[in-house]
Design a protein around this ligand. Structure first.
Ligand SMILES: [Cu+2]
Length: 140
């Protein structure tokens, strides 16, 4: 019985090894104050032949980590939750100020930290990234 349980627990790990070919470039976190949500940015490259859909994100340094999109609606800067971010086949998606970003709701970090972030994909696999933390003045 014990052996059987171990095999079941390992199955998700094996599934994760077959991750779509998504690569993370230029990741960083913009952090201001503990009371203000921090924002995660990166460039996602998908050299594969199928679209890759990000459906969620998590980080131990964020409380909730949400998918957001900024939009400039009639001169008023707004942002909203999005259900997913698609990285098209043979294409890329950019998370950057003014557009898509990860919203780190309860940031527990300091400048210079490297924050682990897990992206959940629609097929159940995950992509792990490390986001160095920058302030307002020294953004990359
Ligand atoms: Cu946001």
């Amino acid at each position: 019985m014990r052996v059987f349980l171990v095999v079941l627990l390992l199955l998700p790990l094996v599934a994760q090894a077959a991750t779509p070919e998504l690569t993370v470039e230029k990741p960083w976190m913009r952090y201001l104050l503990p009371s203000i949500p921090a924002a995660g940015y990166m460039e996602l490259q998908n050299p594969g032949a199928a679209d890759v859909v990000i459906t969620g994100a998590a980080s131990p340094a964020c409380g909730m980590l949400m998918l957001h999109k900024s939009a400039d609606t009639s001169g008023m800067a707004m942002m909203m939750d999005v259900q997913s971010i698609t990285v098209p086949a043979h294409g890329s998606a950019t998370l950057a100020p003014g557009g898509y970003h990860l919203m780190c709701m309860q940031p527990t970090m300091k400048l210079g930290d490297k924050v682990p972030v897990t992206l959940r994909l629609q097929d159940g696999s995950i992509v792990v990234a490390t986001l160095p933390v920058y302030g307002a003045q020294n953004a990359p």
